[in-house]
Write a protein that binds this ligand. Structure first.
Ligand code: SAH
Ligand code: SF4
Length: 365
């Protein structure tokens, strides 16, 4: 197959997706990324939007085999951010024109947690008279809980499917009945039915994952009518079952990490080419594997950045993977640093706007 011929096609099929995802030669990657950037410019503009990312608690009832804050990691000191600090950070985001805030945490399903999140959403909604968009990323919940939080004012929800392949998903999670692909998929369906703009995504470079799996992930986004996509490379956490397995198998070398980063940037580009009008995040995990990982993603079609607004005193305790960047920075530094990154690729920042995915509204027409 010839890359120019594939990029010139009006519609890509699964075979084309696999072909594009597998490109490694520099000249082919240049062509792929610049074609994706053109699609970004045409469909969502060369404007990047900010979502202040507030990681408010690392308590988690789950035990995902890859994640540094999994329940069984006893090295982690658990924390909860007090409500008034969360609201103060949301106000900071509003004052600095972030347009929207994302609340992320480990998963809990108890009543106290559900009430807490509902309260926080209500109070953030009052900041600037509803001016701040609110995205939640707090795992699997019942439909009733999702509805309560929606009614309180949250309008977007991020829940990564992690892999659209249920068999691969199972290898990443304990087989204890509490980590089920079909439950996760049903959560995505409930969120969409309630009216949320739904975000999902996958980890890239997982042991056993093929290019076909990744192509299927993109087809899954299409089938689920996903408006926002957040994906990034799998990054080892030293004190997790999967991290240990990968290190012991000699699969965490600089070459392997470079491959995972390239594959992640390819996924951003191919997703942009295929889905066109969705929001795609340039995630922190990309920067973990390369100092300019986020810029690479923006140049390959991503249009969302999530500057950290997690309280500095809690940042070191929220490490899903090793070598997470920005641990030493305050929220002001993250804001300035990311603005410089946006300018360096020739984009502008959509200050003070929600930056909703045009896909969501195109679909309502
Ligand atoms: N508990 C919530 C939100 C926090 S985890 C949830 O699981 O949905 C957010 C995301 O971090 C996960 O969906 C997963 O894709 C990602 N993540 C966790 N561990 C990771 C690792 N070691 N490398 C890369 N991404 C990871
Ligand atoms: Fe908990 Fe989310 Fe980490 Fe799984 S990925 S252990 S649910 S924080």
């Amino acid at each position: 197959m010839d890359i120019s011929a594939v990029l010139n096609k009006t519609e890509l099929n699964k075979e084309d997706l696999v072909f594009l995802l597998g490109r490694t030669a520099k000249d082919e990657l240049d062509q792929l990324y610049s074609a994706a950037y053109e699609v970004k410019k045409e469909w969502v503009g060369s404007v990047d939007y900010y979502r202040g990312l507030l990681e408010f608690s690392n308590r988690c009832i789950k035990n995902c085999r890859y994640c540094g804050i999994r329940r069984d990691n006893e090295e982690v000191e658990r924390f909860d951010t007090p409500k008034q600090d969360i609201i103060a950070m949301a106000r900071w985001c509003y004052d600095r024109q972030y347009g929207s805030v994302t609340l992320q945490s480990g998963e809990r399903q108890d009543e106290a947690f559900i009430d807490f999140v509902e309260d926080v959403v209500r109070e953030i909604k009052a900041v600037g008279d509803g001016a701040l968009g609110i995205t939640l990323c707090v795992g699997e919940q019942t439909r009733e809980t999702y509805q309560r939080w929606y009614d309180a004012g949250a309008h977007r929800y991020l829940l990564r499917i992690e892999s659209s392949n249920p068999k691969l998903y199972q290898t990443m999670h304990p087989s204890d009945g509490h980590h089920r692909w079909d439950v996760r998929k049903a959560c995505l369906d409930s969120l969409a039915e309630i009216g949320y703009q739904v975000g999902t995504g996958v980890m890239i470079g997982l042991p056993g994952q093929t290019l076909e799996d990744l192509a299927e992930d993109i087809l899954f986004y299409q089938k689920q009518d996903i408006a926002m996509i957040g994906m990034g490379p799998y990054v080892v956490h030293h004190n997790t079952p999967l991290g240990k397995q990968v290190v012991e198998a000699g699969l965490d070398t600089p070459e392997e990490r470079a491959d995972r980063l390239r594959l992640s940037v390819n996924m951003v580009a191919v997703t942009r080419l295929f889905l066109k009008d969705v929001n795609i995040a340039a995630t922190t995990a990309m920067q973990t594997l390369h100092p300019f990982g986020r810029e690479m993603a923006l140049k390959a079609g991503a249009n969302i950045l999530m500057p950290l607004v997690t309280l500095p005193r809690f940042r070191t305790q929220y490490q899903l993977y090793d070598n997470k960047p920005c641990l030493e920075d305050g929220q002001e530094q993250c804001r300035n640093c990311l603005s410089a990154r946006v300018a360096s690729v020739g984009d502008t920042v959509g200050w003070g706007q929600w930056g909703d995915s045009p896909h969501f509204f195109n679909n309502l027409k």
